[in-house]
Structures are given as C-alpha cells and as structure tokens.
Write a protein that binds this ligand. Structure first.
Ligand SMILES: *Cc1c(COP(=O)(O)O)cnc(C)c1O
Ligand SMILES: [Zn+2]
Length: 368
C-alpha cells in the first residue's frame, strides 16, 4: 500500500508522513483490494461500513476494531417520489465525515501516530477529534476564528487543542499546514489525505446494496472540498472494474451560489478551478472558495455525464423548512442538497421519473 502522486506518479510509503508530493502534486492511495460480494454483505450481521472490509485498506482483524463507533449502515428515507435521503444524520458525530475520519484515524493508529493535526470549519474537525479521542491519539484542530462556540466546545470536549485563526478558511488551512511542516506531525486532512475517501466511498456501496445491486440514476452530492464527491468516483470505478455496474451513475453536484468556484469553472468548460470570493452563505459547510482538489472534482463530474448547479439562499432556507415539515430537521448546509434536487428537477424535468439519492446530515439545533 502506498500513496501515489497524481501528477508525477512518484510513490510514497504511508509511514513517510507525506501529505503532498515534492512536485506539489496531490496524492492518491493504491493497494490490493478484493471485489465485494454484495449478496453476502447484504445479510452481514456487522451493521457498519466495516462489512466492506475486503475493499478497505485494513485486515479483517485489525486496529479498526478498537476505533470504530459503529459508523455506516444508514438507511434510505423516502422524501418524495423517486427521491431518497441517505440519512447520515445517524452517524456518530452526525455527518458522513465520520466515514472518512474512521478510516483515516484507524490508519494513523496503525502507523503508531501519537498526535494529528486537522483543520476544518465544522464537521470534519468534529469527526477527526472524536475518532482521535477514541483511538487515544492527541489532536490539534485549526478552525477559523468565526467558528461558532458550540462547534468549538464539541471539538474541545473530545480533548482536542483548538487553534482559532483570524481571516478566511484558507488562512486556517495555511496555519495548520505551517504546523505540520514545522513539526512533521501527521496531517489528518480530509482534503489532502486519500485515506479519507476510503471511508466516504462506502456511502455509495451502501446505496448500491440497499437498492438491490443497482445504482440510482443520479446522486446529488454537495461539494466544497469534494470528500464525498471523490469518494463517489472511487466507488463507481471499483464497481465498474468488478463488473457490478456497466455505466456510471451521474454525479449532480451542488454548490451554494454565493461561493461556487467549481460551478464557475464547470460552466466555462475549464479543467482547473480558480479561487472566488466567498460572499457568505447559509450553507457554510460547502463554502470553500479555493478547493485544492478542484481539477479532480471537475474531471469526476464530467466523467459521469453529471452536472453542477448553484443553489440560492432562499432555496436553501425553503428546503430546510420543507424537510422539517416531513420530520427531518437537518443542519442548514445539508438543506442545500434538497434545494439542489428541486432545482435539478426544474432543469431536467425527466429526472422526476428516475431514482435519485441525496445525503442529509446534522442536527438542526446545532446551526441557526
Ligand atoms: C463536509 C460536508 C459537506 C461538504 O463536503 P466537502 O468535502 O467540502 O465537499 C457537505 N455537507 C456536510 C453536512 C458536510 O459535513
Ligand atoms: Zn509528484
């Protein structure tokens, strides 16, 4: 198992603590995995993402057993004709970030790491802090100074040291990276470390399994840094290689109109993403003005024949109200996904006849 630079193809051992190639290229993960047998996993009594162990970078009996919090195995909930919410608000820290945090932190533990550094404005920091605590690994989390006290308290409750950084989300990342560079600590980044997608890809295995071995027409995927979106693409490629699907489901990505650098590049037919100014949005969790993996995200969406749209503030607020009226009170970022679905129905009316899945996360009471 090793990291490989997507640019120059150089490989690095996991123990090298490398989070980026010397050529500045970003890293992917390569290792031997077995095709999954979804008839077997469908009746597994292990109700977590660890039932997919054959396609995860761990052994059957391994360190993950002491790190898992039972993450995964979340249900599909009907929220309209042909549209299902995958209820990742049932995850241990209420978001799909737990999927990636558990695989990343379990590997850190396996490597003998004693302290990790992370940066996040919200759910990723919470998930990393929780799993690091679980694994007995110390943790420093960098957050923008504007992060709400409630979120900071939650991260601190898990024993993490908080660093509040003035300025933009990018300034926070730069401060975390400066600490990583100065100390050679393990960078538990949901953006740079490809071990994170080893967890997020299981979201798509679960949907395939729950739908009886078929994929929906499309997945609505919120995108800021792409932790769920790139996980989607990895899962699709695996299922294709294993002969379990013969075409890729579409990735219908959603950004907030007021912070939509990937949408902008997509609409212009570009292959790289230029930074934009974050104009401020209710959907803070997807407001990433300068996504490091922008080019990979564009390529993945295009490869599936997918699309990217931007949702309005009014649309986000209305979608949240409408979900709450169905009994589901999500964090406001997650409401953007349902708003995105409704906008896609306007753009592609025939989508109404096809099965579509979108993620819902969080607890309404945690955000305004
Ligand atoms: C992290 C997160 C997103 C966005 O994920 P990216 O990795 O930034 O693409 C969307 N919704 C929720 C609830 C999240 O926690
Ligand atoms: Zn390289």
């Amino acid at each position: 198992m090793h990291y490989r630079c997507v640019k120059c193809k150089k490989t690095y051992a996991l123990a090298s603590n490398q989070w980026k190639c010397g050529c500045q290229g970003l890293l992917h993960l390569e290792y031997d995995k077995q095709p999954l047998d979804f008839r077997a996993t469908a009746v597994s009594r292990r109700h977590s993402l660890w039932k997919y162990i054959d396609a995860l970078p761990f052994d059957k009996a391994d360190v993950w057993e002491s790190v898992t919090l039972g993450e995964g195995g979340t249900p599909l909930v009907s929220i309209g004709p042909n549209v299902y919410a995958k209820a990742d608000y049932y995850m241990p820290t209420l978001s799909f970030k737990d999927r990636g945090a558990v695989t990343l932190i379990a590997m850190a533990k396996k490597l003998g790491v004693e302290r990790v550094v992370a940066d996040s404005s919200g759910n990723a920091g919470t998930a990393i802090a929780a799993y690091a605590a679980r694994a007995g690994i110390a943790c420093n989390v960098f957050v923008p100074a504007s992060t709400s006290d409630k979120k900071i308290k939650q991260i601190e409750a898990h024993g993490a040291i908080i660093h509040k950084i003035p300025g933009t989300r990018e300034d926070t990342a730069a401060a975390a990276i400066a600490m990583v560079e100065a100390t050679n600590l393990f960078y538990a980044s949901h953006i740079y470390n490809p071990l994170f997608w080893e967890g997020t890809k299981t979201y798509f295995y679960e949907v395939f399994e729950e739908l009886g071995g078929v994929m929906p027409e499309a997945f609505i995927v919120p995108v800021g840094n792409g932790t769920l979106l790139i996980g989607a693409y990895i899962a699709f490629q695996e299922l294709l290689a294993w002969g379990l699907i013969d075409k890729l489901p579409k990735i219908l990505a959603v950004q907030a109109e007021r912070c939509a650098p990937i949408l902008k590049a997509f609409a212009r037919g570009e292959t790289e993403v230029a930074a934009v100014e974050n104009e401020g949005t209710l959907a803070e969790g997807i407001a990433i003005a300068a996504p490091a993996r922008g080019a990979e995200i564009l390529a993945a969406v295009r490869a599936t024949g997918g699309d990217i749209i931007g949702v309005s503030e009014e649309g986000i607020a209305a979608a949240r109200t409408s979900l709450a009226a169905q009994g589901i009170y999500v964090e406001i970022t997650s409401a953007a996904n349902y708003a995105g679905y409704l906008d896609y129905l306007q753009k592609y009316p025939k989508l109404a006849e096809k099965v579509v899945v979108l993620p819902l996360c969080g607890a309404g009471i945690k955000s305004n």
